[in-house]
Design a protein around this ligand. Structure first.
Ligand code: FES
Length: 103
């Protein structure tokens, strides 16, 4: 049975994390470039809350506000994957480094 995770109306903590993510993107001035989009379940509930960053197909798991801060600063702004927060390779494919996505 999956644990309740990610963003759910029945889970105020998950809603707070989604709000925090959007607020931080706005505060750092990248909300127009990086858009938080709530999806349906990504079938990784045991590692939730999760966030999937595209392009790159990079999934970060067990999100907290502290992890969101580093993901924004290091991945979205800095272009470097925060490897210690990645989902395990055994249940997800290899991420594509953000730097290789640059045109
Ligand atoms: S609800 Fe997020 S992975 Fe299932």
């Amino acid at each position: 049975m999956p644990k309740p995770s990610c963003v759910s109306q029945n889970n105020p903590e998950s809603q707070e994390l989604m709000q925090y993510l959007a607020q931080q993107l706005m505060m750092k001035g990248i909300i127009a470039t990086a858009q938080p989009v709530q999806t349906s379940c990504l079938n990784r509930c045991q590692q939730g809350p999760v966030v999937l960053i595209e392009p790159g197909h990079t999934m970060y798991v067990n999100l907290t506000k502290e992890k969101i801060d580093r993901i924004i600063d290091e991945h979205l702004i800095g272009g470097k994957v925060v490897s210690e927060y990645l989902i395990d390779d055994s249940v997800w494919g290899e991420p594509i480094p953000p730097a290789s996505m640059a045109r």
